[in-house]
Design a protein around this ligand. Structure first.
Ligand code: SF4
Length: 229
């Protein structure tokens, strides 16, 4: 079995607890309008690794992980290559390395979800229509994913990118709060929308759809975060 890897970041500190090796898997079924990694979309790109080759790359950094850190599988959508991810997660578990999956929740690969210590779940929108407009996909799959995490009491970090005029109202936050009720949420992070990916869209000859969308202010982000408490 081989998996396609877009890139590997060593000593990452944002995508999960502690110091982590973040593996960005190649391929994504969504087309988020604000995606800052459109170069991960093509499922046929990337560099091929066997699970063991990737595990050996991760294991080198084990001394830095200490008790909290470990491996985060991100992307793209890592669960597009769910069988490969499950195998890497199993190898890490056997080695005592903690793991997380950073996902949109669009693909429910139960084996991989069960093997990961943490799921970082990016809930892009709570409204089916707005979700479709933002990602090009149907929301039901991400609801199923969240339901499975609730049922299995999986530890979750919930994330949402806040876009001015798209998901930045009190009602949006109330809908998000109600959606994640009953889940084993360890942390909720609202991230301000930014345009850092625009250059990549240009380089790939893609038309960036949110050129006129502003980043939310710090004050707005604080207000919205307070509504989730
Ligand atoms: S799920 Fe992530 S990688 Fe895929 S399109 Fe959306 S932001 Fe980009």
């Amino acid at each position: 079995m081989r998996g396609r890897v877009h890139s590997i970041e060593t000593l990452g500190a944002l995508d999960g607890p502690g110091i982590r090796t973040v593996v960005f898997m190649q391929g994504c079924p969504l087309r988020c309008a604000y995606c800052h990694n459109p170069d991960t979309w093509n499922a046929k790109g990337g560099v091929l690794y066997t699970p063991n080759e990737l595990f050996e790359r991760v294991k080198r950094f084990k001394p830095y992980f200490k008790s909290e850190g470990g491996l985060t599988l991100s992307g793209g959508e890592p669960l597009l290559q769910g069988d490969f991810c499950a195998e890497v997660l199993r190898l890490c578990r056997n080695e005592g390395i903690k793991t997380a999956i950073d996902t949109s929740g669009y693909i429910l690969h139960k084996e991989a979800v069960d093997l990961a210590d943490l799921i970082i779940l990016d809930i892009k929108h709570t409204s089916p229509e707005r979700y479709k407009a933002l990602t090009g996909a149907d929301i039901e799959k991400s609801f199923e994913f969240l339901d499975y995490c609730k049922k299995t009491h999986k530890p979750l970090w919930i994330r949402q990118v806040i876009l001015t005029g798209i998901n930045d109202t009190k009602e949006d936050m109330e809908a998000l709060k109600s959606l994640i009720k009953g889940a084993n949420v360890k942390k909720t992070e609202l991230l301000p929308y930014h345009k850092m990916g625009v250059e990549k869209w240009d380089r790939l000859g893609l038309n960036y759809p949110l050129k006129d969308t502003e980043s939310p202010t710090e004050q707005k982000m604080e207000e919205l975060s307070r509504l989730l408490l």
